[in-house]
Design a protein around this ligand. Structure first.
Ligand code: 1HE
Length: 269
């Protein structure tokens, strides 16, 4: 895998990739088509997610050009048979699933259009930072199609069913502040500052214990899918598994010996 990933990274067509310390930075890089996602684009993303997992402790994703992502490549999609469409959707689910339930915490920096499949991609990461230029929409209804990249599960969970139904029926676009109020994004920053903020958050998350990050990413969404009693039961098995690790002991002792930072509100929170 490493070999093929390494080779591919030399001739990326739709993405940029760089390692900043232990944060992998992935850029959507098809600005002339507003970073619309084609089949080949998804395959490149699949490789780069694996590469990031092999090299980094956290990851950031952002869009080059004037928008984060205009969603599905409609020019390619219009030529597909229904079966090819199903297949394509399943592949998005697989690759976005590697982001959502993989090894790394992912942070998205959003600006301009975060639309259709672009919102689906953004919904598969763990923390979203929008700048003031960002706008969010699900125009599938107008295009005569349905969401295919995970929004019916992930975006609906973020904003809730009523808001998602409204967005899909009306095709309305909502701004960054509304998106924050609706839980679609967690931070809103001035225009042009989302990437810097997302990288800073990713770098901070990378200092957590890896096992804690893994449990946060992988247990939390699964526990939301369980009945409450089952979720609590599973939590009780994950908690001691992380809390009794040598790393946890070291970190707990560091705090008890006054060598670790206290919890405090900082101006960036
Ligand atoms: C595209 C796409 C695309 C732009 N597929 N080519 N997504 C949408 O319905 C959004 C459609 N796009 C737009 O509404 C606008 O393009 C934007 C608001 C995102 C950006 O506007 P603007 O003025 O900056 O760019 P533009 O002039 O509209 O587009 C520049 C080029 O990108 C143009 O191609 P050109 O060859 O004429 O230069 C556009 O055709 C092209 N382009 N968006 C293909 N999406 C897994 S299911 C998910 C389902 C969905 O994602 S549905 C939502 C699809």
């Amino acid at each position: 895998l490493e070999k093929s990933v390494g080779r591919t990274s030399l001739d990326l067509k739709y993405l940029t990739y760089e390692l900043r310390g232990n944060v992998a930075l992935v850029g959507l890089n098809r600005p002339e088509k507003r970073n619309a996602i084609s089949d080949a684009f998804v395959e490149e993303l699949a490789l780069i997610v694996r590469k990031a997992e092999a090299e980094a402790k956290a990851a950031g994703i952002h869009g080059h050009g004037t928008h984060f992502c205009a969603g599905l490549d409609l020019a390619e999609h219009v030529k597909k048979t229904p079966f090819e469409g199903v297949h394509g959707s399943r592949r998005w689910h697989e690759v976005f699933g590697w982001i959502q339930k993989g090894k790394l915490p992912w942070f998205a920096a959003l600006h301009g259009a975060v639309v259709g499949g672009g919102l689906e991609l953004a919904s598969s990461v763990h923390v979203r930072v929008a700048d003031k230029s960002a706008f969010f929409a699900l125009p599938e209804g107008q295009r005569g199609i349905f969401v295919g990249g995970g929004a019916s599960v992930r975006s609906a969970r973020l904003m809730g069913l009523a808001r998602m139904t409204d967005m899909m029926l009306t095709g309305r676009a909502v701004d960054a502040d509304t998106a924050e109020r609706w839980n679609i994004v967690q931070y809103v920053v001035p225009e042009g500052e989302a990437l810097e903020k997302a990288i800073a958050l990713a770098a901070h998350a990378a200092t957590n214990a890896e096992i804690s990050n893994y449990a946060i990413i992988n247990a939390l969404p699964r526990i939301q899918d369980m009945a409450s009693d089952d979720g609590l039961f599973v939590q009780s098995f994950i908690a001691p598994f992380t809390a009794t690790s040598p790393e946890a002991e070291e970190r707990l002792n560091a705090f008890l010996n006054k060598k670790a930072g206290k919890v405090a509100v900082t101006k960036d929170d």
